[in-house]
Design a protein around this ligand. Structure first.
Ligand code: HAM
Length: 433
C-alpha cells in the first residue's frame, strides 16, 4: 500500500467541519478589520525565500523543499507566506494605487522539520500582512485582531509574548554586546551555536540545547539597546495593549526564526499543547519591501498555525456534522428512475438529497437513511407511482404523511425546506419497516 509522506497528513471528513467553521470565523473577523484576501502560489523562486527569511536561518539552511525544474530554475515550496505576499505587493505595484494594504491568506506551507505532534512538513497558516503604516497603532491593531480571532474561536490558555528587535540604527549595538557576551561563554555553547555566533548571533536565543539556554538566561537584553524612536514605538504598542486590556509578557529573548523582523515581534503560546506551543507569531518588517526591490514601505503581519489551533480546539464541542435533508427510498426500477430525476430537482432547489442506487429492500434503504442522518425520507415504490401518492416520513418525530406525486418536488420542498435544525450525522433513531 502506498502511504502518506512522513510529516504530511490527511484532514478527514470528520475533521473538516471544524476547519470550515474556523475558516468562516476567520474570514468574518478579517472582513470586520478591513482585510482583503490574497492567494499566491505555493511554488516560488528559491531566491525569494533566501533573500527574505535569511540564508542563516534554520528554515533556509535545512528545512526548504527545493528542487530544480527541467529548465534548471531553483524552485521552493513556500515555507511561509510573507515573502510571497510582499513579492505580489511589489510585482503588481499594489502600492502605486495606495501604499496601505491589509491582506490575508489561508493555505498550506512546507518545512522539512523533524515531524512530531504539532509539527508537520505540510502545515496550514492563516496569514495577515499590513503594508504602508508606520504608526504603532497598526501593531496593536494587528495584535487586537489576533486576540479577537482567538476569542471568537474560544481559544483560552494563551499568553502573548512581545519584544522589540530595534532597527538598523540600534540593533548593531545590541549585536555587538551579544557577540562579546557569547565570546565569554564559548565553552558552554553547542557546535551549532558556535557556528551561529559568527554568522547570526541572534539565532543563539532560539537554541533548545539546555546548556545554551542556561547561558542565554544571562544574555544582554535587546530592550536595553533600543534607540529613542524604537523605544517610543514599543512603548506606544504596549500602552495600546494596556488600554484594550490585552495581557502580555515582555520577552526580550523572543527573536523569532526569520531574519526580516524589525521593531515589534510577538508570539502567542498555549499551555494546551506540548513542546510545539506557539500557535501564532509575527511582527514588523519595515525594510523587507525595499530589500526585495519595492518602494520604501513598512510592513507587519502574523501567521497562525492552523494545525496547532485545531489541536487546541479538538477539546471543544464537535461542530454539527449535517446529514442530508432528504433521502429518497425508491423500490422498483420505475420508482428508482423517477427518484433519480427528483433528486436532481431537489438538489437544484438547494435541498441536500441522497438515495441508494442498489435497489435494496425498504428496510435496508431506511437503515441507510438513518445512518446518513437524513431528516426526511420520501418513500416511493412502483405501486405508489401507479396510485399517484408517496409517503414522507419525518425521521425525528417518526410522523408519516401521504404526498401526491403530482408536482412532488415543489410540495416536498415546501415541507422539508423549513429552517428546522439539521440532524447530527450518525445520531441513532429507531427504524421500523
Ligand atoms: P512562524 O513563527 O515561522 O512565522 O510561523 C507561524 C506559526 O506557524 C507558528 O507559530 C506555528 O503555529 C505554525 N508553524 C510553523 N511551523 C510549523 C510546522 N512545522 N508545523 C505546524 N505548524 C507550524 C511565520 O511563518 C511568519 N511568516 C509570520 C509572519 C507573517 N510574520 C509577519 N507576517
Amino acid at each position: 500500500m502506498i502511504k502518506l509522506i512522513r510529516g504530511f497528513k490527511d484532514i478527514l471528513p470528520a475533521e473538516t467541519p471544524r476547519w470550515q467553521r474556523v475558516e468562516a470565523v476567520v474570514r468574518e473577523v478579517f472582513d470586520s478589520f478591513g482585510f482583503r484576501e490574497i492567494r499566491t502560489p505555493i511554488l516560488e523562486q528559491t531566491e525569494l525565500f533566501a533573500r527574505s527569511i535569511g540564508t542563516n536561518t534554520d528554515i533556509v539552511e535545512k528545512e526548504m523543499y527545493t528542487f530544480c525544474d527541467c529548465k534548471g530554475d531553483s524552485l521552493t515550496l513556500r515555507p511561509e507566506a510573507t515573502a510571497s505576499v510582499v513579492r505580489a505587493y511589489i510585482q503588481h505595484r499594489l502600492y502605486a494605487k495606495d501604499p496601505v494594504w491589509k491582506l490575508y491568506s489561508i493555505g498550506p506551507m512546507f518545512r522539512r522539520e523533524r515531524p512530531q505532534k504539532g509539527r508537520y512538513r505540510q502545515f496550514y497558516q492563516i496569514n495577515a500582512e499590513v503594508f504602508g503604516v508606520n504608526d504603532p497603532r497598526a501593531d496593536s491593531e494587528l495584535i487586537l485582531l489576533l486576540m479577537t480571532l482567538f476569542r471568537r474561536l474560544e481559544v483560552s490558555e494563551i499568553t502573548l509574548h512581545i519584544n522589540s528587535l530595534g532597527c538598523p540604527a540600534c540593533r548593531p549595538h545590541f549585536t555587538k554586546a551579544l557577540g562579546s557576551f557569547l565570546a565569554d561563554h564559548t565553552s558552554r555553547l553547542c557546535s551549532d551555536c558556535l557556528r551561529r555566533r559568527g554568522k547570526n548571533p541572534l539565532r543563539v536565543f532560539d537554541c533548545k540545547v539546555p546548556t545554551c539556554k542556561e547561558v542565554m538566561a544571562d544574555a544582554p537584553s535587546i530592550l536595553d539597546y533600543l534607540c529613542t524612536a524604537c523605544r517610543t514605538h514599543f512603548d506606544a504598542v504596549l500602552a495600546a495593549l494596556d488600554r484594550f486590556h490585552i495581557p502580555y509578557e515582555r520577552d526580550h529573548r523572543l527573536m523569532r526564526g526569520l531574519d526580516y523582523y524589525t521593531r515589534t515581534t510577538f508570539e502567542v503560546l498555549t499551555s494546551a499543547l506540548g513542546a510545539q506551543d506557539a500557535i501564532a507569531g509575527g511582527g514588523r518588517y519595515d525594510r523587507l519591501v525595499k530589500e526585495l526591490g519595492g518602494p520604501d514601505q513598512p510592513g507587519l503581519g502574523f501567521a497562525i498555525g492552523v494545525d496547532r489551533l485545531m489541536e487546541v480546539l479538538a477539546g471543544n464541542a464537535e461542530p454539527l456534522e449535517k446529514g442530508p435533508r432528504l433521502f429518497i427510498a425508491a423500490l422498483g426500477r420505475r420508482a428508482q428512475m423517477a427518484g433519480f430525476e427528483w433528486m436532481q430537482d431537489f438538489r437544484t432547489k438547494g435541498i441536500c438529497t441522497e438515495m441508494d442506487f442498489s435497489d435494496r429492500s425498504l428496510k435496508s434503504q431506511m437503515r441507510r437513511a438513518d445512518k446518513l442522518g437524513a431528516s426526511y425520507v420520501l418513500i416511493v415504490g412502483d405501486r405508489e407511482l401507479d396510485t399517484g401518492a408517496g409517503v414522507l416520513r419525518n425521521m425525528d418525530t417518526k410522523e408519516q404523511q401521504s404526498v401526491a406525486l403530482e408536482d412532488i418536488v415543489r410540495k416536498v420542498t415546501k415541507i422539508v425546506g423549513s429552517k428546522e435544525r439539521a440532524k447530527v450525522r450518525g445520531q441513532k433513531s429507531e427504524v421500523s419497516d
